[in-house]
Design a protein around this ligand. Structure first.
Ligand SMILES: *Cc1c(COP(=O)(O)O)cnc(C)c1O
Length: 350
């Protein structure tokens, strides 16, 4: 009954998330979730929050969560914005900080939500190609622009850029907001958050979905100059004043404060990644240097789609993108050692 749809809805091109199958148990290496459970302290806090206070609205400002994030990064509450997953934070960023007369710039191979938001908010965008070897060179961002966004490490290519390159970009475009989407930063990159003290045009976005094992809780955040945070608060309070429930605020704050558990699970994933890269290389795959909780790898024959389908048939899900430049690659999330051993055993049989 699309006659009832608005013109905007007719023109949307929605994001397609990775499969979350319900038909059988898969080894799930397709959506970059953490294979380890959330911090026990986070689970305790969530259980404790499930009480009679749920009849009351949550704190619209999620101050206890903002304080936990601010303490972790040595910033103040006024530097922190929190939202219902970093996807929601990014949506507010596109609407409140990246919609200008000049084009928004982002990499041609990158997080596929960016073009979706650009379309939703009617933002003119220009894609800047990654180099032939998939390196993101910020020096290539030489177009007059109304904003720049990129993930660091980039997805689905897994490679990170250094802070010097980011700092040079911030200095080149002091009148543009530069957004660094650090969904995977804890697996080997260097966070740009310390640069927010010096550059009022830098916004860093992070999520609890990957390195803090809480994809199901839906919590993300941004750190930057209070003026940037203010813009996001204005958008948020024009959209949904209570994006985070009581259980999400309590669980995410506890996860942020449990440094030991976080560091242990990240280190484990980094170790498993190293072993996986070595095995894949022995099997003839070319694997891009990863600073993320996934690897981007080309099978020796480039027959990525056939391998994706054969793995799926054997109960292993990885991500395949049928897109120019990357259709000979597989994106493989790093699971537990046991999951990766089983994945590599099946892959060797194939
Ligand atoms: C997973 C991911 C996100 C979204 O995370 P949520 O907090 O779960 O919404 C954002 N950006 C990139 C690059 C991601 O891979």
């Amino acid at each position: 009954m699309s006659q009832y749809w608005s013109k905007l809805v007719h023109n949307l091109d929605p994001y397609v998330p990775g499969e979350q199958p319900k038909d059988q148990r898969y080894i799930k290496l397709n959506t970059n979730e953490c294979p380890y459970p959330p911090s026990p302290k986070a689970l305790e806090a969530i259980h404790a929050a499930a009480d009679d206070t749920l009849r009351l609205y949550p704190d619209p400002n999620a101050d206890t969560l903002k304080d936990a994030i601010a303490d972790y990064y040595g910033v103040t509450r006024a530097n922190v914005f929190a939202g219902n997953g970093s996807d929601e934070v990014l949506a507010h960023v596109f609407c409140g900080l990246l919609k200008h007369d000049k084009p928004l710039l982002y990499p041609d191979i990158s997080y596929s939500f960016y073009p979706v938001y650009a379309n939703l908010y009617q933002i003119e965008a220009q894609q800047i190609p990654l180099r032939e070897d998939f390196r993101l060179c910020l020096g290539d961002y030489s177009v007059d622009n109304g904003g720049i966004i990129f993930p660091n490490p980039n997805a689905p290519t897994s490679m990170a850029v250094g802070l010097e390159a980011i700092e040079a970009l911030l200095q080149t475009y002091p009148d543009s907001v530069v957004v660094v989407d650090e969904a995977y930063i804890d697996f080997g990159g260097e966070t740009a958050i310390p640069l927010t003290a010096k550059y009022p045009n830098l916004l860093v976005v992070q999520t609890f979905s990957k390195s803090r094992s809480l994809a199901g809780l839906r919590v993300g955040f941004a750190v930057g100059h209070p003026d940037l945070i203010d813009a996001l608060e204005r958008v948020k309070n024009s959209f949904n004043s209570y994006p985070l429930g009581r259980m999400a605020i309590a669980g995410a704050a506890a996860a942020m404060r449990d440094r030991d558990y976080f560091e242990t699970t990240c280190q484990q994933i980094i170790a498993t990644r190293a072993a996986t890269v070595q095995k894949l290389t022995e099997l003839g795959f070319s694997v891009l240097p990863s600073a993320a909780n996934f690897v981007f790898a080309r099978p020796p024959q480039g027959n990525a789609e056939a391998i994706y389908l054969a793995l799926k048939q054997r109960g292993v899900l990885v991500r395949y993108f049928n897109k120019p430049r990357i259709n000979e690659y597989l994106r493989i999330t790093i699971g537990t050692d046991e999951e990766m051993t089983e994945f590599l055993r099946i892959l060797t049989e194939l």
